[in-house]
Design a protein around this ligand. Structure first.
Ligand code: ADP
Length: 213
């Protein structure tokens, strides 16, 4: 995981370039009371991040990109395939009781449901609580009866970005998205294979990885 964290010196360089552009590395080094060689790694990082633009024989320009935008560019550049975690999947015929046991054993908040290998639904803590507090026989009731069913399941694909995942989690006020791979059955019906999950917890971990030193 690449952590994007600019040092106070790098931020100082950006400010100097903003106020004095174009400015050469010699001029920058003099202002910072450093040698050009000592300054080079910082200038390399800032030009590679597209924050500064180096024009030969002219000097450095500020690209207009805020140091703070880098985090959002980073989130948008990360693909779901890079961050997805293992999904917990049960069959539609699994009883509500067994699904609740699975929820505890696997320490998750959401379980994905499949039928013949294709995603058919999602069942979460609230769905289980709702059915458990009613007068229901959860030992015989299949999970397929209580789940949120396709086509109402919100999903995401490997090639979407981490930002797309956050957008969907927030827009639909849900904790977890199945990552799917579309395929067609022999009748040409559109189906989805479950290949992973992206949860709010995973997004929090991504932010933590980005920010930790
Ligand atoms: P919790 O029940 O733990 O608060 P959620 O807020 O994710 O979890 O779930 C709230 C409701 O949204 C539940 O009825 C659940 O079935 C449904 N739900 C959860 N994830 C999805 C999803 N990816 N697509 C559609 N509905 C979902």
């Amino acid at each position: 995981m690449v952590a994007i964290e600019f040092t106070s010196r790098q931020k100082q360089i950006v400010e100097l370039v903003k106020n004095n552009q174009p400015i050469t590395s010699e001029q920058l080094a003099a202002k910072l009371n450093m040698t050009r060689a000592a300054l080079r790694p910082d200038l390399t990082i800032l030009t590679m991040s597209d924050i500064l633009e180096a024009r030969p024989k002219v000097g450095y320009f500020y690209s207009g990109k805020s140091v703070n935008n880098i985090g959002s560019d980073f989130i948008k550049s990360i693909k779901v395939a890079e961050i997805k975690s293992s999904p917990v999947v049960v069959d539609e015929a699994t009883t509500v009781y067994d699904a609740i046991v699975t929820l505890f054993l696997m320490n998750v908040g959401t379980i994905f449901v499949q039928n013949n290998g294709a995603l058919t639904g999602v069942v979460s803590r609230k769905d289980f609580i709702k059915i458990a507090i009613g007068n229901n026989d959860i030992r015989s009731m299949p999970v397929g009866v209580i789940m949120t069913r396709m086509p109402n399941v919100i999903y995401i694909k490997d090639t979407d970005s981490a930002y797309d995942a956050v957008e969907r989690l927030i827009a639909h006020d849900i904790d977890s998205l199945p990552v799917v791979e579309p395929y067609k059955d022999e009748d040409g019906k559109q189906l989805f294979k479950i290949t992973g999950k992206v949860s709010k917890t995973r997004i929090a971990k991504l932010l933590y990885d980005m920010c930790k030193q």
